[in-house]
Design a protein around this ligand. Structure first.
Ligand SMILES: [Zn+2]
Ligand SMILES: [Zn+2]
Length: 330
């Protein structure tokens, strides 16, 4: 029987309809992708040796020989660009803000054929160190209201370049979608005196059937109202902002990523996905909200029903996805 589930963080509705998974379809997964999807490329702008093809570097982490492992630089084709000031204009009903912000690329590894499914704990650590560094710099820009950090992996998830990389953008606004999560968390906190994340974590631990793994500072779950099959969320259980996490927590988070993506690989093979960090907006560094990563596998396309109603259809029960991810022996 189909179920309509409502996400307590966003109020968005999802129809979970398992019967539909039996219809013939082509999942965008292991049959389509092999480990060698990413072959080495001599003319890749992001590879070691081709640094002069990118805009000037903003950050790097070097190895013992002085060669870079991870580096970042401005996006050549930015969504937003740095302006001297944010201008807001209104013409009748319509308002416009100029797109002031910094848009950077973080190359996660110098090796062209690295990806989340074959990276080591150490390699995740360098990547997250770079995330934290660039997040902090962009967050502290005077016009920043919010920093969006995300990764598109493979074409179906929006990637245009194969070399492993993420993107980070500082925004002069807090978008509606982010606001919706924050408002629901704030309303819950005002009503109940505790954080929605804490209550969800407590209830998920009590149920246990949507928890994939837990460490001292993190819990990984398949969200109750997962819009995408095999969607997961890594929630930071403590109260520091993303930019304030200590190095030891970065090590712990690297292990969580390593563990999770090895499980994913066992269950689904290599597949397209988006990684999204939801951190705190500058004006709302409060304890009613905890930063978290959404991992969104792109195993099928959403279509007219989603566009028309805003209701997503998912044909894998989040509890079933969790069961498979938990039992995959890594
Ligand atoms: Zn490359
Ligand atoms: Zn979120």
């Amino acid at each position: 029987m189909p179920q309509i589930r409502r996400d307590p963080f966003t109020n968005e509705e999802v129809v979970i309809v398992v019967e539909r998974s039996k219809r013939p379809s082509h999942w965008l997964t292991k049959d389509n992708y092999k480990d060698d999807t990413y072959r080495k490329s001599n003319n890749c702008f992001f590879c070691r040796g081709n640094e002069s093809s990118t805009p000037p570097e903003s950050f790097r982490i070097n190895d013992m020989d002085g060669d870079w492992i991870v580096r970042s630089f401005p996006n050549k084709f930015p969504i937003f660009s740095p302006n001297s000031r944010v201008v807001q204009e209104r013409e009748g009903l319509f308002d416009v803000t100029n797109g002031t912000g910094t848009h950077e690329v973080i190359v996660e590894h110098y090796k062209h054929d690295k990806n989340f499914f074959n990276m080591s704990v150490e390699e995740f650590k360098y990547m997250i160190l770079a995330y934290r560094e660039r997040y902090t710099v962009l967050y502290n820009e005077p016009f920043t209201q919010y920093v969006s950090l995300f990764k598109n992996y493979l074409k179906e998830a929006g990637a245009s370049i194969n070399h492993p990389h993420s993107q980070i953008i500082s925004l002069p606004i807090v978008s509606n979608k982010v606001m919706m999560e924050l408002h629901n968390c704030k309303r819950f906190y005002d009503d109940r005196g505790e954080s929605l994340h804490e209550v969800v974590i407590r209830e998920e631990k009590k149920r246990g059937d949507r928890v994939i793994l837990e460490s001292d500072s993190f819990i990984v779950i398949t969200p109750f109202a997962s819009k995408y099959k095999y969607e997961t969320e890594i929630i930071y259980k403590k109260d520091d902002l993303f930019q304030s996490i200590p190095k030891s927590t970065i090590g712990e988070l690297s292990e969580v990523f390593f563990n999770l993506f090895n499980r994913y690989r066992k269950v689904l093979g290599i597949f397209p996905f988006n990684l999204i960090l939801h951190g705190h907006p500058k004006s709302m560094e409060d304890i009613f909200y905890k930063w978290h990563f959404h991992i969104v596998p792109r195993l099928s396309y959403h279509a007219g029903f989603e566009l028309s109603t805003g209701v997503y259809v998912n044909d894998v029960l989040p509890e079933e996805a969790a069961k498979q991810l938990v039992s995959s022996d890594i």
